[in-house]
Ligand binder design. Structure first.
Ligand code: NAP
Ligand code: GLV
Length: 311
């Protein structure tokens, strides 16, 4: 075997491994792509690519592991996995198509809400002509990273009044940026809140009654980050009381969303099945191969996760 080539293990439960295996196998940097579960000898595997969740016992089969990558933008499934030794770098996907698709989904959510599309659809079924008005909206984006920053800047470019909140201060053209202890100030004027935070101990269950109560009556929620950000019962209470007017949810504590879950039948909630932005193997493979080259050359990997921060 060429000493420079590496073996890779793909461990993906939710997505089909084939496109990843096919793309990686064509690279001159890669000796063999293994797919979990397997009885093959994995002792020469140096890189592990995971889309969640990962079975117990995977990493103990990889004595020469040097790098773990998420196959998505989120890494909550990896930073909390005690199988992965502290000194193994974890990377994630940062990809212009993933970013574009997330922004487009959020624009769709904001515009469907702004233009009362649900009501127009209902009116259509009753042959009822009602020229419902609309107003410009104040949209707030929680999390101003790769996805949130792009989403906020693009919405501002479309003419919405946009603000954003992050852990550390940011400057984004035409976006009012808040950070640190300014959460209440950020939330109070919003018509729409878009959540694009990572799940960490600080952000888990952040979308709760306390937060909703800091928003004005009638505000709308779009959660595209993770289900664990949302306290589901608090959302239902806020919708029932009319404090929030509706929600578009793409992510859930349990996925697939169980058939008996109340969200399916709540008229003020729109559900999509974790499709806001899906990694495209074609473009993500380019990044994974760039990082494979860096691993072989002994250079620092791109898009490293800060394991202490949890994202
Ligand atoms: P990212 O680049 O790591 O950005 C995270 C942002 O959140 C940063 O601005 C960060 O602040 C901020 N943040 C972190 N902790 C915070 C806290 N305690 N208080 C306030 N702000 C905090 O992540 P990303 O690539 O934009 O992705 C965001 C999330 O989207 C992912 O973690 C994933 O869960 C989700 N996602 C969902 C889908 C889908 O299809 N539904 C697709 C892709 C991703 P700093 O800038 O100050 O560090
Ligand atoms: C999808 O949820 C991702 O994190 O890429």
């Amino acid at each position: 075997m060429d000493q420079q080539k590496i073996d890779i293990l793909i461990c993906t439960k939710v997505w089909q491994p084939e496109p990843w295996v096919e793309g990686l196998s064509k690279s001159p940097l890669i000796n063999k792509v293994h797919v979990w579960p397997t009885e093959e000898d994995l002792s020469s595997v140096k890189a592990l690519f995971v889309w969640k969740p990962m079975d117990e016992g995977v990493v103990e089969r990889l004595p020469n592991l040097q790098w773990v990558s998420s196959l998505g933008a989120g890494v909550d499934h990896l930073v909390n996995d005690s199988q992965i030794p502290e000194d193994i770098p974890i990377t994630r996907i940062v990809d212009p198509f993933l970013t574009r698709d997330m922004t487009n989904y959020c624009i769709m959510g904001v515009m469907m809400y702004q233009r009362s599309m649900d009501q127009h659809k209902m009116n259509q079924s009753n042959a009822h002509w009602d020229r419902i008005g609309y107003k410009n909206l104040k949209v707030g984006v929680l999390g101003l990273g790769e996805l949130g920053g792009h989403c906020a800047a693009t919405l501002a470019g479309l003419g919405f009044e946009v603000s954003g909140f992050s852990r550390t201060p940011k400057t984004i053209e035409n976006v009012d940026c808040y950070a640190g202890d300014q959460l209440a100030e950020f939330l109070s004027p919003l018509d729409v809140l878009i959540n694009l935070l990572p799940v960490t101990p600080q952000t888990e269950s952040i979308l709760d009654t306390k937060l909703f109560d800091q928003m004005k009556r009638g505000a709308y929620l779009i959660n595209v980050a993770r289900g664990n950000h949302l306290v589901e019962a608090d959302l239902i209470d806020s919708l029932d009381s009319g404090h929030l007017s509706g929600a578009l949810l793409d992510v859930f504590r349990e996925e697939p969303l169980p058939s008996e879950h109340p969200f399916w039948n709540q008229p003020k909630i729109k559900v999509t099945p974790h499709v806001a932005s899906v990694t495209s193997p074609d473009s993500a493979l380019k990044l994974l191969l760039k990082n494979t080259e860096k691993l072989i050359e002994g250079e620092e990997l791109l898009n490293l996760v800060n394991r202490d921060a949890g994202y």
